[in-house]
Structures are given as structure tokens and as C-alpha cells.
Write a protein that binds this ligand. Structure first.
Ligand SMILES: [Fe+2]
Ligand SMILES: [Fe+2]
Length: 198
């Protein structure tokens, strides 16, 4: 399964907003990398009997933590005081609220949801790299997008170890609609998962 799972691309207006409000964006970005690492490890804890996910999730957790360290270095270099941004993420919250409740369905939905979040992250880093003018940030986000590009597939490959293709496709169709809805409803703000100004 390798088709790119997002239903619609982000608007360039989102990237424009981020370029004009870069400090809050990069603080949120640091938080997102840290949360991506924590999410991978939380799956290892929650589903320790699903041994096929342990190696890929531990590798992913390490990589996302390294991304956090890189963003933190950028903050320091730019003398942006580090602060944790742990406010509610309405985008993630919308999808979480619609996970199915049976243990198998919930496991599949979690994997698919995580894959979609990764796909959106990649898509937005790439878009940002095409709009941001600062050469160091342009290179940073273009490189990061390349490294994030395949992350959604890590979750879908784990799903393939436990579920038939048809079930994964159906979950992906359903969650991709929720992902789009989540983004359309998210508050307009310069964050990785923020809504787009009109
Ligand atoms: Fe990352
Ligand atoms: Fe990632």
C-alpha cells in the first residue's frame, strides 16, 4: 500500500500565514516532533503483544526525537526562548474522538490515524519549504520533508501485518475524510495542524 493517503492538499495561504508568524510556528513544530516520538513509544507500551510494531516504532521514536533536537538547536540559534506548547490539538482531537471502540478496530484506526498525521506533516513541511525565504530554514524544511515523506507508510506496513488489505483500505477511506474535516475545522493559527485563513 503506497498511495498517498490525504484527500486534499494544504492551501498556500497556510504557508503564507506561517511565514508571517514563524516564532509560534516553530515552537509548535518542536512540540509536534516531541509528541510524534512519544506517540510511537506509547504504541509500544499499549500494544506490547503486537511484536511487529516494536522495532519500527522504536526507530521512529528515535528519529522524531532527533528532529526535536534539531528544531531545538534552531530555536537556540535564533534566540527564540524555548517553551513547551502542550495545548490541545483540535485536529488530532477530532480524529481521536471518532476512533472506533472495539479493540481490533481501535488498533487499526490508531495506526491509520497516525499514518495520516505523518502524511499531513510531510505535506506541510514540503509546502513550507516552497514558501519560506530564509535560506537556512528553506533547506531545513526541504530536508525534513524528505525524511518525513515515508513515515506514513511505516504505520500502514504495521497495519498490513495484522489486517487484510480491504479492512485497511476501508479504515483509510473513513479516517482520511475525518482528517480533512479535522483540518477544515481546526482553529486558524500558525501551527502545523492549524486551519487555513480565508
Ligand atoms: Fe519528525
Ligand atoms: Fe514523522
Amino acid at each position: 500500500m503506497s498511495r498517498f493517503p490525504l484527500l486534499t492538499p494544504s492551501s498556500p495561504r497556510w504557508a503564507q500565514m506561517v511565514c508571517e508568524n514563524f516564532t509560534p510556528f516553530i515552537l509548535d513544530h518542536a512540540a509536534c516532533e516531541r509528541k510524534a516520538s512519544a506517540l510511537a513509544m506509547s504504541l509500544v507500551c499499549k500494544y506490547s503483544d503486537r511484536t511487529a510494531l516494536i522495532d519500527p516504532m522504536v526507530s521512529l521514536a528515535r528519529e522524531e526525537l532527533e528532529h526535536f533536537a534539531q528544531v531545538y538547536r534552531l530555536l537556540r540559534k535564533r534566540q527564540i526562548p524555548f517553551e513547551t506548547r502542550d495545548g490541545k490539538d483540535a485536529y488530532v482531537g477530532h480524529m481521536l474522538a471518532h476512533l472506533r471502540s472495539g479493540p481490533e478496530e481501535r488498533f487499526l484506526d490508531r495506526l491509520v490515524m497516525s499514518g495520516l498525521i505523518e502524511a499531513r506533516g510531510y505535506e506541510r513541511f514540503h509546502l513550507l519549504s516552497q514558501h519560506i525565504e530564509d535560506p537556512e530554514l528553506q533547506t531545513f524544511y526541504a530536508d525534513l520533508a524528505q525524511r518525513e515523506k515515508g513515515h506514513y507508510q511505516i504505520f500502514l506496513r504495521v497495519a498490513e501485518r495484522y489486517f487484510p488489505a480491504g479492512e485497511i483500505e476501508a479504515a483509510l477511506d473513513r479516517m482520511a475524510k475525518l482528517e480533512q474535516e479535522a483540518l477544515d475545522q481546526a482553529p486558524v493559527q500558525p501551527t502545523l495542524h492549524g486551519g487555513t485563513p480565508i
